[in-house]
Design a protein around this ligand. Sequence first.
Ligand SMILES: NC(=O)C1=CN([C@@H]2O[C@H](COP(=O)(O)OP(=O)(O)OC[C@H]3O[C@@H](n4cnc5c(N)ncnc54)[C@H](O)[C@@H]3O)[C@@H](O)[C@H]2O)C=CC1
Ligand SMILES: O=C(O)C(=O)COP(=O)(O)O
Length: 526
Amino acid sequence: MPKVLVSDPIDQSGLDILAQVAQVDVKTKLPLEELVQLIPNYDALMIRSGTKVTSEVIEAASQLKIIGRAGVGVDNVDVAAATRRGIVVVNSPEGNTIAAAEHALAMMLSLSRNIPEADKSVKASAWDRKKFTGVEVYKKILGVVGLGKIGSHVATVARAMGMNILAYDPFISKERAAELGCTLVDLDLLFQEADYITLHIPKTPETAHLINAEALAKMKPTARIVNCARGGIIDEAALHEAVKNGTIAGAAIDVYESEPLGESSLRELGKSVVLTPHLGASTAEAQINVAVDVAEQIRDVLLGLPARSAVNIPGLRPDVLERLRPYLQLAETLGNLVGQLAGGRVEQVQITLQGDLANQDSKPIVIATLKGLLTNALRERVNYVNASIEAKERGIQVIETRDAGVKDFSGSLYVSAQGSLGEHSVTGIILGGTEVRITDINQFPINVPPTKYMLFTLHRDMPGIIGKIGSLLGSFNVNIASMQVGRQIVRGDAVMVLSIDDPLPDGILEEITKVPGIRDAYTVAL
Ligand SMILES: NC(=O)C1=CN([C@@H]2O[C@H](COP(=O)(O)OP(=O)(O)OC[C@H]3O[C@@H](n4cnc5c(N)ncnc54)[C@H](O)[C@@H]3O)[C@@H](O)[C@H]2O)C=CC1
Ligand SMILES: O=C(O)C(=O)COP(=O)(O)O
């Protein structure tokens, strides 16, 4: 019988499902060393946010087939390490949406009406009404950062309370935002206008310390901020300063840079700050939802069936996968590339299967392209199973075409993305059965393999320009691994593609665009 280790508190309904197919051991609050020692005995691990599944744990997990996260965020799991070991990671994308949204709303109201401090004072036998006079949310502006599942529900309920909603989410279309009654704005405007700011984004390298001293300085002195998303999106030291100095009026925080919260100056801020111990998902209903959702998936995987919400494996039929594997890699790379070139919100994607590829099953290729495209927004949360739904929810229009007449290569894939910042296109092929080659960017012919870090420029084809870019990169200590130029006509417009060994340092892209003749420059990490 397979063995499942449950290392965080999970609702009994989930444990009952696991017990149908496995021996279930519940051992919570395990120190890392003990987890590393125990894990080789288990086929499945079921967790919440308390267990850190580090690469060390995964390396020791010689039998492990699946990690089930009974919740949304998988930032406590080294998903890349799990993927390398062939371990499926599943979560419950919707099981606690309502719980988290309601907690954010409760936090906003608690902060506005000083409920926690007032409660404390009554329980201490005081009757102090003046001290706890609050503010109303009615007719106030709520800035929602991240208009995904939780952010959308918060916006809907807040509208019903008479709030006006500004939203920032670079991956959501204007139409989708309008459907929710929200006005999409840029982040600076949201910071400047909002009376309340609520965060509903994943923690990624881009969102780490999104709310720092500089951002806080842009906010109204009456602004209040709510974080029920992830610790580390707010710089806690900067928040403490901002509330203490009156830069903003207050904050309600559920998640912290380090959990459990250790020594923290946030505790010293009295009624201006409301703190809860990561309770967003802690409702009876959500805990049953996530426990059942994830336990069912663990059961299925242990029985050899596919999981419905795997964050790290394609949910496609194995035979299709095998046949199309190189083209799925091509599609994912082109989707990711065109998404990064497009930069902002993508509204429309066109995917054309050309030449011999036009006779293949397009569905997996379209899904792989969308997965690549959405990786920028959703990271490891997007997979082959949910890529189409996620694209639809973001209002991205997908146009799929076939053109068997294109005979440049035996089969090629063309992907273009039209978004808030313009349109970009890329074409690619598979060389020698396995190798991805990019053969065209924005209608300029090239022939380059994708690499981890790339720099693209659109420029005028004129003498000296390549040298200038080379020297500029050199002066920033950026090593160029390879370089190629593509043009349609001599001394007309051209594109330059550079593979570089490291990410571009801050500020250099701006310098590149200042070089005479350079029209645009883009950096991409694949
Ligand atoms: N406090 C708690 O107990 C809980 C916390 N959460 C956290 O809430 C967050 C949101 O969850 P969901 O709404 O389910 O996820 P979701 O994936 O449905 O929505 C996230 C949204 O953020 C957007 N986004 C990504 N990067 C962005 C950026 N740099 N700027 C602005 N928007 C960006 C995405 O386009 C997406 O629409 C996650 O971090 C999750 O871990 C979720 C459940 C409970
Ligand atoms: O689902 C999420 O992302 C959460 O943050 C919930 O965390 P928890 O399962 O309550 O430890």
